[in-house]
Write a protein that binds this ligand. Structure first.
Ligand code: AP5
Length: 215
């Protein structure tokens, strides 16, 4: 299965992608995670991307396209993938099509996780991320069993630098400027399915699995 999860910041793309990838035994590719890893390692890409990410802006297409192209060269891609955070604009959707076409592959399903600005701000300003395994928690919605510590690997939890209310609002604005053309693109191809992302995360996951199994 090759699946794209679309949706605003905080819709639950990362949370759902991780569970879905485990369930379907495919790879999880998050452009945000790859960029953050580059920032952490101080690579050239990370240094270039950081300023955009901290302001809630999109990293330039050329940088992200090269990064994605490199990721698609890895052998695990053959088993399928869940793509989280890419594409974010029509230009990126077309780049993705080109990358996949060169591999005689295509997208099977695009799931659009929809939610409101109010939910997004509540979720992101309370989000906690594991510094080692990247697992997501939330101060009140999904608290870790032990404060500040990851349930699975026991590493320290942290708050992302772009999860301040001001930057989250900017990310929502950037997202809204691009999303309509992206939705139309995948609707025209008959690939898009919309789901409310407001319910319990386990229920949202079951709905996505149902859609994937229908393919
Ligand atoms: P990225 O990391 O992709 O951020 P995002 O798209 O803004 O999405 P988030 O990761 O914030 O949210 P999410 O939908 O994954 O929600 P999550 O599951 O974590 O990108 C970061 C930056 O990198 C961008 O701003 C940009 O600068 C750059 N970038 C990345 N890709 C790019 C690209 N293609 N082109 C250019 N630039 C790019 O959930 C959020 C919280 O809610 C968590 O605490 C979670 O526990 C909780 N939660 C999740 N689901 C539920 C639920 N059902 N009920 C209650 N709580 C829930």
């Amino acid at each position: 299965m090759r699946i794209i999860l679309l949706g605003p910041p905080g819709a639950g793309k990362g949370t759902q992608s991780k569970s879905l990838a485990e369930r379907l035994k495919v790879s999880h590719i998050s452009t945000g995670d790859i960029l953050r890893q580059n920032v952490k390692e101080g690579t050239e890409l990370g240094r270039e991307a950081k300023g955009y990410m901290d302001k809630g802006l999109l990293v330039p297409d050329a940088l992200v396209a090269k990064m994605l192209q490199d990721r698609f060269e890895k052998p695990d891609i053959k088993n399928g993938f869940i793509l989280d955070g890419y594409p974010r604009a029509l230009t990126q959707a077309k780049t993705l099509d080109e990358i996949l076409k060169a591999k005689d592959a295509g997208i099977d399903l695009v799931v659009y996780l929809d939610t409101s600005d109010k939910v997004i701000i509540q979720r992101l300003t309370g989000r906690l991320v594991c510094s080692a395994c990247g697992a997501n928690f939330h101060k009140t919605n999904m608290p870790p069993k032990e404060e500040g510590v990851c349930d699975s690997c026991k590493a320290k939890l942290y708050q992302r630098t772009d999860d301040t209310e001001e930057t989250v609002r900017k990310r929502i604005e950037v997202y809204k400027n691009e999303v309509a053309s992206l939705i139309k693109y995948y609707e025209d191809k008959g690939k898009l399915h919309k789901l409310s992302a407001d319910g319990d995360a386990r229920i949202v996951l079951e709905k996505i699995v149902e859609l994937a199994e229908g393919k």
